[in-house]
Design a protein around this ligand. Structure first.
Ligand code: GLV
Ligand code: MN
Ligand code: MN
Ligand code: MN
Length: 402
């Protein structure tokens, strides 16, 4: 069935508000190929069909809905439907509902784009399940080798290879697809703002200027697992000690490196019993800024010193890396001009648009978030700003696809 739904990004967002709610953590937990994310993929497919768009899945599991036959100068918009654990309602889905709504708005305005228009849903943008953010766009563009991705494991031990097989994809075909990427002439991602930038500027919409350099590392501390009651305090090699000291060192080191943001948001004691001295502790470091390599070096030496003092060892491995991105200035200025001159904002968050920008001119639109909070249930956007964002996106797409 085709039809022209009444354009409303806030209405579409309300339609998926019950999918993947996390009753334990609060907010949403929607991870690639889990029940909630698969339900959202189905929802997206239905919305695409309802609009008469042609749906396809690329070899890496990203979903594409086309208005017009895809060709080399397509204008593509979209975002992702997965979330961080206990994330907000807007990070990702806002860009998808705004893209669908922009199609509706263009149709309501009687606009038929001269260029093909695509709406994309990228897979595993947050890295919430397999640890590497923007997995779908990195794989499709070839910035992450398939062999490396297929070996990634989720916290339950399932490999990415098994997960893609389970979702009906062929692990042998996962990997770069330059022809597919070659269809994208320009890419625009709309996203909820993840800081206070737009609150301070007093407007509902901004255009993206830069994305901070960022990466993730895992530090594994190993000691001697033992009995919590039977082991004297002076006879322990407890990896939790150097892990705790490393958490404090991360804060100290980042605070003295200008422009740096470093976080330990995830830590796992193994085997994880209250009455068990851990045998190993895994700690994940997220570090972003102008000189991350030196920050990571300093963290590693602090971790090593703390580990040695406790008779433990530590091993560090990189899980992902993305260089700083400066969005195409000509496209950024064109997008801003189409909107009557909106401000340009840098971001400390990573995005598929940043991955794509190494291959095609890419731009971002941000929608005001009055709480300034993101990756948490308090992330928010007023309905009126959500709808203003979709209008802005439609205007931009209309200009770019003419
Ligand atoms: C993803 O949103 C990230 O920046 O971590
Ligand atoms: Mn996002
Ligand atoms: Mn995010
Ligand atoms: Mn992101």
């Amino acid at each position: 069935m085709t039809g022209t739904p009444e354009p409303s990004a806030s209405g579409l967002l309300a339609d998926i508000a019950d999918v993947g709610r996390d009753r334990t953590r609060g907010g949403y937990s929607r991870h690639v190929f889990d029940t909630a994310e698969l339900e959202l993929r189905e929802w997206f497919a239905g919305e695409a069909r309802r609009r008469g768009l042609d749906l396809e899945q690329d070899r890496c599991g990203n979903l594409w809905a086309w208005w017009g036959a895809p060709g080399p100068d397509a204008v593509v918009t979209g975002s992702h439907l997965d979330s961080v654990p206990g994330g907000g309602a807007f990070d990702g889905p806002l860009g998808v509902v705004s893209a669908l709504t922009a199609v509706d708005i263009l149709r309501a305005r009687g606009v038929t784009p001269a260029k093909p228009l695509g709406v994309v849903v990228f897979s595993e943008e947050e890295g919430g399940r397999f640890g590497v953010p923007c997995l779908g766009s990195r794989l499709l563009t070839g910035s992450l080798p398939a062999e490396k991705a297929l070996r990634l494991r989720d916290p339950d031990g399932t490999t990415f290879a098994d997960a893609v097989r389970g979702a009906g994809l062929d692990p042998e075909r996962i990997g770069a697809d330059p022809d597919f990427v070659g269809r994208i002439g320009r890419f625009v991602e709309l996203h909820v703002e993840q800081g206070r930038g737009l609150i301070d500027l007093g407007g509902p919409v901004a255009v993206g200027s830069t994305v901070i350099a960022h990466g993730r590392w895992r530090l594994t501390f190993a000691g001697q697992g033992n009995h919590a009651g039977a082991t004297p305090m002076d006879d322990r090699r407890d990896p939790m000690l150097p892990a705790a000291e490393t958490v404090a060192a991360v804060r100290r080191i980042a605070a003295s490196a200008p422009g740096t943001r470093a976080t330990v948001g995830r830590l796992a004691a193994n085997p994880g019993g209250t009455n068990v001295i851990a045998s190993t502790v895994d700690l994940w470091l997220d570090a972003r800024g102008p000189d991350v390599p030196s920050v990571v070096r300093d963290v590693e030496s602090a971790a090593r010193a703390a580990a040695e003092a406790e008779g433990c060892t530590v091993a560090l491995s990189e899980e992902s890396w993305g260089d700083e991105v400066v969005f195409d200035p000509a496209l950024r200025d064109a997008v801003s001009a189409q909107l009557g001159g909106v401000p340009a904002l840098p971001t400390g968050a990573g995005h598929d648009a940043a991955v794509l920008s190494a291959h095609v001119p890419a731009a971002m639109l941000y929608v005001r978030n009055p709480t300034g909070v993101s990756h948490a249930p308090e992330e928010f956007a007023e309905d009126s700003d959500v709808d203003a964002g979709a209008e802005a996106l439609a205007t931009v797409l209309s200009g770019l696809s003419a």
